[in-house]
Design a protein around this ligand. Structure first.
Ligand SMILES: Cc1cc2nc3c(=O)[nH]c(=O)nc-3n(C[C@H](O)[C@H](O)[C@H](O)COP(=O)(O)OP(=O)(O)OC[C@H]3O[C@@H](n4cnc5c(N)ncnc54)[C@H](O)[C@@H]3O)c2cc1C
Length: 443
């Protein structure tokens, strides 16, 4: 049977939850919604973690769910949490798990007596049949008129082959941590173990913070193409508005930004104030660029952009500094080419011929590619975006078909819209998308 008025939301993470919240606020009844996903709505990859060491990388006033009430989370946290370690001169950096609790509290309050139906499954395929979308999962399907894809960041996969002959599955999954986001692997780690981290971004910093909190005494070997971690969040405020030139190209954009940023180090408040003053216009500028210009820009400064956009909570950087001071952090420049696990040790071979060995490897290389988006592209419902990181959407979040024509009943929000729309990774940017998309359902 076709659920003609139903809005199917594929995904059960943060984006799906804010979508539900904003649709409810626009008067769409919960009975018209179906959420698809295996987990607790609102938690997703970021906020279902079991580790208290995984903290938000933004201060308390930045995860904004409702534009008209930007301090909603800050107030809730102050009233509801006893997290004495959250406080820092740069703001309060709460635990990600607590933010998941906040999302659930918001849903409970928004739903009131209504109940929301979640189908606890992953959607394997989305196909078009006449004027409907058919969501297929296992042997079953669900037919909907409107579909919102909110599948988030696909779980990390090993970036290189893993050679694991004669090793038990249990040994494999505990000594080789392919997806560290849930954080449940941490308690098994012995204090003197030699740890290898692949990657030096925020996930690696989360692992380091967790190891430090556990009193880790062993060495932590970090493998990364560049020997640099993201900086800590400093206290910052937007004070000025940059006077952007018109008709920017990637080269003139980079020149303008370089000129605007002070010569102070990126860890400083002065630098971060200027950086954050530049950010609000970047999505508009990105959307005005052609595919070719977007590719050039990311090739030239993509790594720097990712480094400074994703700054870490100060507690996390303090943990890194503590391990560094003990001589426990060792950086090796390169990329993993192969991982070999034996009963005694794990070896990681790098592209430049270097070999490292350790007791455990944690994969901190970031999201992999999303099988559902791949299916949509493979079967001719969607196009890859300019960076081939997601599928192409327009400014109204409508998925574009291969002729670049927007579907009127298929939308996508969340990090996979980044190639089309710009900087859409942080919780507040995604909540804003949901807020804007919900308005389309009331017109
Ligand atoms: C580890 C991590 C930490 C982060 N920390 C912060 C932070 O501190 N501050 C911040 O602002 N942002 C942070 N982010 C950014 C993050 O992108 C957003 O905050 C937000 O969580 C993304 O929401 P989402 O719903 O798009 O993805 P998710 O919350 O990951 O949810 C997607 C959900 O969809 C499910 N799913 C995927 N495919 C299917 C399918 N085919 N069928 C059904 N279900 C499916 C997944 O299992 C997952 O549960 C973090 C991201 C990660 C990964």
């Amino acid at each position: 049977m076709a659920h003609t008025n139903t809005i199917a939301i594929v995904g059960d993470g943060f984006a799906a939850a804010v979508m539900v919240l904003h649709l409810l606020r626009h008067g769409i009844p919960a009975t018209s919604l179906r959420v698809f996903g295996l987990g607790e709505l609102g938690r997703g990859n970021a906020y279902k973690t079991s580790s208290p060491a995984y903290r938000l990388n933004v201060r308390e006033d930045l995860p904004v769910i409702f534009t008209e009430d930007p301090l909603h989370f800050a107030r809730w946290a102050e009233q509801s949490l006893n997290d004495y370690h959250a406080k820092h001169e740069a703001g309060y950096f709460y635990r990600r798990n607590d933010f998941g609790i906040y999302m659930q509290a918001l849903l409970v309050s928004a739903l009131g007596p209504q109940s929301l139906q979640q189908i606890h499954t992953r959607v394997d395929q989305i196909r078009r049949v006449n004027e409907y979308w058919v969501l297929e999962y296992g042997q079953e399907n669900f037919i909907a008129k409107h579909v919102i894809v909110a599948t988030g960041n696909a779980s990390p996969r090993w970036p290189c082959p893993v050679n694991s002959q004669n090793i038990s599955t249990h040994d494999l999954s505990t000594r080789l941590i392919e997806n560290p986001w849930p954080g449940n692997h941490l308690i098994d780690i012995g204090l003197n173990e030699e740890i290898i981290l692949l990657g030096a971004g925020l996930t690696a910093l989360d692992a380091i913070n967790a190891l430090a909190e556990q009193g880790h005494r062993g060495r932590v070997n970090v493998i990364s193409p560049r020997a640099i971690f993201p900086p800590a969040q400093a206290p910052w405020q937007r004070q000025r508005q940059p006077q952007w030139p018109s008709h920017l190209t990637p080269a003139s954009l980079v020149r303008f930004m370089r000129h605007y940023l002070p010569s102070a180090p990126p860890q400083s408040s002065e630098w971060q104030c200027a950086w954050e003053e530049l950010r609000p216009e970047l999505n508009r500028i990105w959307q005005e660029f052609t595919d070719h210009q977007r590719k050039i820009l990311m090739k030239r400064v993509g790594w720097l952009w990712n480094l400074y956009r994703f700054r870490a909570g100060p507690q996390t950087i303090a943990a890194l500094e503590a391990l560094r001071a003990n001589g426990q952090i060792n950086f090796t420049i390169g990329r993993a080419k192969q991982i070999m696990i034996s009963h005694s040790k794990i070896k990681v071979l790098l592209g430049n011929g270097t070999e490292l060995s350790g007791d455990r490897v944690i994969n901190c290389t970031g999201p992999s590619s999303d099988p559902l988006l791949n299916q949509l592209m493979r079967e001719g419902y969607a196009l890859p975006d300019a960076l081939a990181t997601g599928i192409r959407v327009n400014a109204e979040f409508k998925v574009l078909d291969p002729k670049q024509v927007p579907w009127n009943d298929l939308w996508m929000i969340g990090p996979a819209t980044m190639g089309s729309l710009g900087d859409v990774v942080a919780a507040s940017a995604i909540a804003k998308q949901a807020e804007q998309l919900a308005r389309q359902f009331t017109h």
